[in-house]
Design a protein around this ligand. Structure first.
Ligand SMILES: C[S@@+](CC[C@H](N)C(=O)[O-])C[C@H]1O[C@@H](n2cnc3c(N)ncnc32)[C@H](O)[C@@H]1O
Length: 290
């Protein structure tokens, strides 16, 4: 594999590094061990349809929450991320997994470097999801595959609390937080690029689990800005936001230490990028011409 730059290239917009939450990321986003094993085994099985030992680029690999178990399930995983502290967490767990600091729309890899490119919980963060997907498609070999991993959540009390946080932020600071329904925009971007490539998307639910949190954990997460959707809340309004939210959460959940359950499902969407001679490959190759 040829590294074209080996470093971070200019991105056309704001880049949302997760360094600020790197040391808490696995503790707060980690999948339950049985779910992680299931997700990686199922993902590896799908990838083996493309190559016996599939070479997979994870764009926005982070701490390796998905990549490290996927590597252990038999894939050869490579990663890029913009955040050095996230990559340091990954290296501590898996020193031999090759990673490079780069931005999603400026990948430092040559054509045909990978069998698959994987995006999990990143497309809502990048300045241009379409550009990131096209950049990854251009590093794939013919008959490769773009993969999108998402966590879908059912309707739950947590959604109500998230809605309140958005409403209170609007009231106190006059700003809109990012929509909590980022899976919808992410899926739309993935389907749009699939259509450009003359391909279609198939989706498989790999595992479901109960992701319980207490009201206190949600409030602590807000105060500590654990989730990227809270990063825009101005410091000046945070104390008042938490003050107004706390009694509402307490009443709604029947106490701050009551677990609020929320059903989560990990879904893998796949978009094959084409074989020599078919339309998807013709479109992909044409995009690569200088
Ligand atoms: C929510 S985390 C997901 C990490 C990993 N994919 C997972 O599922 O655990 C998003 C990751 O994308 C990285 N990121 C955000 N914007 C990026 C960009 N424009 N280019 C590369 N990485 C980016 C962040 O630093 C972070 O590590």
């Amino acid at each position: 594999m040829l590294l074209l730059g080996g470093g971070e290239r200019a991105s056309r917009g704001l880049v949302q590094s997760f360094d600020r939450v790197a040391d808490q990321y696995d503790a707060t986003r980690g999948l339950p061990p049985a779910v992680s094993a299931r997700v990686s085994a199922e993902m590896a099985a799908q990838l083996r349809a493309f190559a016996p030992i599939p070479r997979v680029l994870e764009v926005g690999i982070g701490t390796g929450r998905i990549a490290v178990p996927l590597e252990r399930a038999g894939a050869k995983v490579f990663g890029i991320d913009v955040a050095p502290q996230m990559l340091a967490q990954l290296r501590a767990k898996s020193p031999d997994l090759p990673v490079v600091r780069a931005v999603a729309d400026g990948l430092p890899f040559a054509r045909e470097s990978f069998d698959a490119a994987l995006f999990v919980h990143i497309l809502h963060l990048v300045p241009d999801a379409g550009a990131a997907l096209r950049a990854a498609a251009s590093c794939l070999r013919p008959r490769g595959v773009l993969l999108l991993g998402l966590t879908d959540y059912g309707e739950s009390a947590r959604r109500t609390v998230t809605r309140w946080i958005g409403e209170l932020t609007r009231e106190l600071a006059g700003i809109e937080l990012p929509s909590p329904d980022w899976n919808t925009t992410t899926r739309a971007a993935f389907r749009a690029v699939a259509a450009e490539l003359g391909s279609t998307v198939t989706a498989t639910a790999l595992a479901s689990w109960d992701e319980s949190r207490t009201g206190r954990q949600i409030l602590d997460g807000l105060r500590g800005r654990l989730y990227s959707s809270f990063w825009r809340i101005p410091e000046a309004v945070m104390p008042e936001l938490v003050r107004r939210l706390t009694p509402r959460v307490e009443e709604f959940c029947g106490g701050l230490d009551q677990p609020i359950s929320s059903e989560a499902t990990f879904v893998l969407e796949a978009c094959p990028v084409g074989a020599p001679g078919n339309r998807a490959e013709a479109v992909r190759s044409a995009r690569l011409e200088p």
